[in-house]
Design a protein around this ligand. Structure first.
Ligand SMILES: NC(=O)c1ccc[n+]([C@@H]2O[C@H](COP(=O)([O-])OP(=O)(O)OC[C@H]3O[C@@H](n4cnc5c(N)ncnc54)[C@H](OP(=O)(O)O)[C@@H]3O)[C@@H](O)[C@H]2O)c1
Length: 272
């Protein structure tokens, strides 16, 4: 497994996404992923699955120091006291005494950024999260967080895949040496039906999804968290790390239309 070094943590470049996984099925999927060698699990208070994930981690026998766990605070809980209680509840459900990365899940229109980051920074100083970060922050918000508040964010988690251009946010993050964690890296499964990706895959004995994932993970400073509930998909996504794309493949992928955003909730500030 390859890792990204950021703000004192080693982030495995491939993690398991868990949105829409619930209960026993979630527990089984996380146990399967950990047995296959995944060491990065992505969850959030909003997913309602920290309990089964905590159970899977406890049952796995994986040493805590070898495992990276990210969770997130929902946009309705960004007042300092609300962050604290959301954090405590997450930790309890996960059965952990600390997480590795605690993210602001979405910015909200009326958030108090300095107060938020003061609270998050205290959680980091207390050793209850090893690092803090953001998700779904556009360049304007990132500038405030990084250049004015000077918060030590370890990543920005945003939607990123072969069908979506993220040049602006990528360039900003790269200039500041902050990793981009790609969510919906398979465009919620849509990449599987793309004929260009399937043709590239046939050339290499791989699937369209594996090609899409490999392309993302070739990008400097990018990690990805595909959700895969089936063992076969989990293994296929690990195997994608071994795939080698050539220049013709990259050119064809670069030429794909990049305007397909899967996630755009009404409550969040505009992207640009
Ligand atoms: N920060 C945020 O606001 C935010 C927003 C959205 C998502 N996320 C995170 O990002 C994760 C991933 O995003 P996502 O779940 O929306 O979409 P995704 O990972 O792009 O796609 C998941 C879909 O792809 C399928 N799949 C996985 N591996 C495959 C393979 N090798 N071949 C074919 N199909 C495959 C899955 O099927 P099976 O499950 O049936 O295997 C599932 O239907 C989430 O689970 C969550 O952890 C974060």
């Amino acid at each position: 497994m390859e890792y990204l070094q950021t703000q004192g943590i080693s982030l495995p470049r491939l993690g398991l996404g868990t949105f829409r996984m619930q209960g026993d099925a979630c527990r089984a999927a996380v146990e399967s992923a950990l047995a296959l060698g995944y060491r990065h699990i992505d969850t959030a208070e909003m997913y309602g699955n920290e309990d089964p994930i905590g159970a899977a981690i406890a049952a796995s026998g994986v040493a805590r120091g070898d495992l990276h766990v990210t969770t997130k605070v929902w946009h309705e809980n960004l007042a300092p006291d609300a962050i604290r209680s959301a954090f405590d509840a997450s930790l309890k459900k996960l059965r952990l005494d600390r997480v590795d990365l605690y993210l602001v899940h979405w910015p909200s229109k009326n958030m108090n950024l300095p107060a938020m980051f003061e609270t998050l920074f205290k959680l980091k100083e207390e050793g209850r999260t090893r690092a803090i970060g953001v998700a779904n922050f556009n360049v304007a918000l990132l500038k405030t967080v990084v250049e004015e508040i000077r918060a030590p964010i370890a990543c920005n988690q945003v939607e990123y895949h072969v069908m979506l251009d993220q040049t602006k946010v990528r360039q900003y993050l790269a200039a500041k040496s902050i990793p981009l964690v790609a969510y919906c890296p398979l465009a919620q499964g849509k990449v599987s039906s793309d004929e260009t990706l399937a043709a590239i895959g046939r050339k290499h004995g791989a699937s369209a999804a594996q090609v899409a994932l490999r392309w993302l993970l070739e990008r400097d400073g990018v990690a990805a968290i595909p959700k895969a509930s089936r063992r076969e998909s989990q293994q296929a996504n690990l195997d994608a790390l071994k795939l080698t794309l050539d220049d013709a493949d990259r050119k064809a992928i670069t030429a794909l239309p990049k305007d397909k955003r899967c996630v755009n909730p009404g409550f969040a500030p505009a992207w640009d």
